[in-house]
Design a protein around this ligand. Structure first.
Ligand SMILES: *Cc1c(COP(=O)(O)O)cnc(C)c1O
Length: 385
């Protein structure tokens, strides 16, 4: 975040409730069998919530392992927690290999090329490198194709410079295709079985497959002994109507701005760029101090509402870079400086990340990653209720 005069008020900010984050981790844990280890996924600046504060709180709450997307994120995290276990989920560039030992990371391997490069990196470092073998069971992205997994495990086992620390897979459609998810589980279990005696004892490995959405279909008894949780720990459901609402996680993130001006416009006036909205009645509009430069996508133009004085106020016309116009005709006493909630609670009302994402024709993951760096993250840490 750019240095700024801390006495300046906030015009648009994200509020992050770290106490809720901690409660969420504990609730998710409590909903799983006791032996399941918790891999906290904190890629993309902890889904836009801020890596530093989020990682510290998750470790405090009992995360077993952090997962990040790449070496740069891993290096940042290593600086925050010298002893924290870290898994890099994404592939390495050749020039990045040497940092794996330097930062004491576990890394994902999918290919023979990666095995031989990491073997060389481990030899150069003089100590073995921890790897998680990723198996492609139908995602078609990272991982060794499941039929070739035993051969790849053999290569890892044959290297004195590599230590197999985990085996995992990733689901393509856990939220809407239980049959294919089941098939992916079947392929994964078959591949695990085929690792045979060459594979080390399962209790010494992290065996993981489930992300947030897949937790719904996780079998009670299985060799899986870890889960990789991202979205759910932030109190956001992967889709509306998810069974995971029973876990009762709470939203961690809210997105807020303030009213810049309030004014009256006559019926027939058009609002904002492109004149996509014609006022049907004499209206009182409020111009908010935030736009797509802050992460309100243009796609919510004429679709989203915001909360002002606890009342839903529809967005009028196009969202612009720095301002968004909303209809406050039916809300009494709106004035310059009043808070407007884009995502979150106000009074008894709430706009969830999910609802906002549907207005934007996107998914909650993208909404959280799209809040820009102009928006300060403000942390609430109290262990309230
Ligand atoms: C991002 C990611 C996750 C976490 O997914 P959520 O749906 O946010 O829980 C798990 N595994 C992998 C490989 C990922 O890239």
């Amino acid at each position: 975040m750019n240095p700024r005069d801390a006495s300046l008020p906030l015009r648009c900010w994200a509020e992050i409730d770290l106490a809720a984050l901690e409660r969420n981790l504990r609730l998710i844990r409590a909903s799983l069998p006791a032996h399941i280890r918790y891999v906290a996924v904190v890629k993309a600046d902890a889904y836009g919530h801020g890596l530093q504060q989020v990682a510290a709180r998750l470790m405090h709450a009992g995360a077993d392992l952090f997962a990040v997307a790449n070496i740069t994120e891993a290096a940042q995290l290593r600086e925050l927690g010298p002893g924290w276990p870290i898994l890099v989920l994404g592939p390495l560039l050749p020039e990045e290999d040497r940092y794996v030992a330097e930062y004491d990371l576990a890394v994902t391997v999918s290919t023979q090329d990666e095995v031989s490069r990491l073997d060389a990196a481990g030899r150069a470092a003089g100590r073995p490198i921890s790897v998680h073998l990723k198996i492609d069971t139908g995602m078609g992205r990272l991982g060794v194709w499941h039929e070739e997994a035993p051969a790849m495990a053999g290569l890892i086992a044959a290297s004195p410079h590599l230590r197999l620390a985990g085996v995992f897979t990733h689901f393509a459609s856990p939220d809407d295709d239980p049959a294919f998810t089941q098939e992916q589980r079947r392929r994964f279990l078959a591949a695990l079985g085929a690792l045979g005696p060459a594979g080390p004892a399962p209790e010494r490995l992290y065996i993981h497959a489930d992300n947030s959405a897949a937790l719904e279909t996780m079998p009670g008894r299985s060799p899986f002994n870890a889960v990789r949780v991202g979205l759910l720990q932030f109190g956001v459901l992967p889709h509306p109507g998810s069974f995971l609402s029973q876990v009762r996680t709470e939203p961690v993130f809210s997105f807020r701005t303030r009213v810049g001006i309030v004014k009256h416009l006559p019926a027939g006036t058009t609002v904002s760029y492109g004149r996509t909205r014609v006022l049907a009645r004499d209206s009182k509009v409020a111009v908010l101090c935030a736009g797509y430069g802050d992460g309100i996508p243009r796609s919510v133009s004429n679709r989203a509402s915001v909360l002002i004085h606890g009342v839903r106020c529809p967005v009028l016309g196009r969202v612009t870079m720095d301002q968004t116009v909303v209809d406050t005709t039916d809300v009494g006493g709106v004035a310059c400086g009043d808070e407007a909630v884009l995502i979150g609670r106000q009074g008894g009302a709430e706009i969830s990340v999910g609802e906002f994402s549907r207005w934007a024709d996107t998914i909650p993951w993208e909404t959280l990653c799209s809040v820009t760096k102009r928006v300060p993250r403000v942390y609430r840490t109290a262990l309230g209720t």
